[in-house]
Design a protein around this ligand. Structure first.
Ligand code: FAD
Length: 415
């Protein structure tokens, strides 16, 4: 008899896990309190960044943090009312920037993300939706070499793990690739092997339909607790009652720690709130996501217009969005594309990036609770990491044993 698996969360991570489980023959039910792909997975910048193996906590980045916190227009914001709440997470974040730890994290991320493009392609090819991904690279912009130096260690680490980086020296070389770039940027880093999604929400919907096509079910239901008996997980409680399962996968993004806390599992999962604005008619044409690196914002061409996405705001899961943070994205755009039209911008969107302090997701079994599995905490790279996570987790759950060691991603690393 096939295994009955309940996946909590129909974000791109839960859906890719469910897709692989259903393909491997499990009887899968995905439960989400909202529509598939309507959480963080709907509004991200669409970058599929298989080579992004440098953790967020790099010594160079840490040096930039104090200045960023003092600048109200910077890409990072921690409101004073939240500073105390964020402090333990930030202490762990700083601790993970030790050189030996950074090297180990990059190694683990490289193993997880390295074949992300292939893993996305494999799902979308079977679903007849390869038009969702674009394989024209990504472009990072620096004002000059001095400015680039701040990030040099991160780029060196990525290159060491195989990321192909082509330097574009001077604004003319940048314009040869993206003719509409008219800002004050004189060094470009072109990453030809990185990709992007032209519509992350539609991508999630396609994968959800794929789960159903493979015999699984994606159903709307709020999960109120993980159900346990005899020291193991036996399903989940929903507002409609018990949903029994042989195995349960928690893939509830930034909300995952809340579901696990009643089981005595304390996980330092923090939301890094990010924003986007859509410009249906910006009047510029881009062939790939462009990132003005001083602003840490993505300018991504998508099928419904140009998406400006970025900023990191600590503030938890309950506080209302801060429109001022989203408005900063217009300045980011103007720095590189001063001629872009912002009239007609469609409101703004906020989403919760599920972030662990060491930039590694939690993937794999929970030792203390047989039958319980985790797939959350992909932070800034959840779209990228979703498809390879699906492959890895399905193999860990149903076999054959995955080639990659799950130990670096274990929940137990938090003690
Ligand atoms: C502005 C921004 C830009 C980004 N850009 C990129 C990018 O370019 N590339 C990239 O790779 N990543 C990017 N990310 C990160 C990426 O979007 C996330 O890491 C990813 O979407 C996380 O997916 P998820 O499935 O884990 O979570 P989510 O998409 O948030 O899904 C979790 C789901 O769980 C459901 N849920 C939660 N609790 C319960 C419950 N109790 N019962 C039932 N359902 C529940 C929610 O409704 C939700 O649908 C970006 C994020 C943001 C905010």
């Amino acid at each position: 008899m096939s295994q009955r698996v309940v996946v909590v969360g129909a974000g791109i991570v839960g859906l890719c896990v469910a897709w692989q489980l259903a393909k491997a023959g499990a009887a899968v039910v995905v439960l989400d309190r909202a529509a598939p792909g309507s959480g963080a997975s709907s509004g991200n910048a669409g970058a599929i960044s298989a080579g992004s193996v440098a953790p967020l906590a790099m010594p160079g980045v840490l040096r930039q943090v104090p200045g960023m916190l003092l600048d109200p227009a910077s890409a990072l914001h921690i409101p004073p009312r939240y500073a105390l709440r964020a402090a333990p997470w930030l202490a762990r974040f700083v601790a993970s920037a030790r050189p030996a730890r950074v090297a180990a994290i990059a190694e683990a991320l490289s193993g997880l993300l390295g074949n992300a493009m292939e893993a996305h392609r494999a799902i979308l090819a079977e679903e007849g939706a390869l038009d969702l991904i674009r394989e024209t690279g990504q472009l990072y912009l620096y004002r000059d070499r001095t400015h680039y130096t701040k990030d040099a260690a991160g780029w060196a680490l990525r290159a060491q793990h195989g990321l192909r980086i082509e330097e574009l020296d001077g604004a003319a070389a940048i314009r040869a690739l993206e003719p509409d770039m008219q800002g004050d940027y004189h060094l470009g880093l072109f990453l030809p092997d990185q990709g992007s999604s032209v519509n992350p929400r539609r991508q999630a919907e396609v994968v959800a339909r794929g789960v159903a096509r493979l015999g699984g079910e994606v159903r709307q239901a709020a999960v109120t607790a993980i159900a346990t008996a005899g020291g193991r997980a036996i399903g989940v409680m929903t507002t409609a009652g018990l949903e029994p399962a042989d195995q349960v996968v928690v893939a509830a993004g930034a909300f995952s720690a809340r579901l696990l806390a009643p089981l005595g599992l304390r996980i330092p999962l923090e939301s890094q709130r990010g924003y986007h604005v859509m410009l249906p008619d910006a009047g510029i044409s881009l062939s790939r996501p462009v990132v003005p690196a001083d602003r840490k914002a993505f300018i991504s061409p998508m099928e419904e217009g140009l998406r400006l996405a970025g900023t990191v705001e600590f503030g938890g899961l309950e506080a209302p969005p801060t429109p001022r943070r989203a408005a900063l994205l217009f300045d980011d755009l103007r720095k590189a594309f001063p001629q872009a039209r912002t009239a007609g911008a469609e409101g703004f969107w906020m989403g919760h990036r599920p972030c662990l302090p060491d930039s590694l997701p939690v993937l794999g079994p929970v030792q203390q609770w047989p039958g319980l599995w985790c797939a959350f905490g992909h932070g800034h790279l959840g779209l990228t990491g979703a498809a390879p996570t699906g492959v890895l987790l399905a193999r860990a759950m149903l076999g054959p044993k995955p080639n990659q060691d799950l130990a670096p991603f274990a929940l137990e690393r938090f003690g």
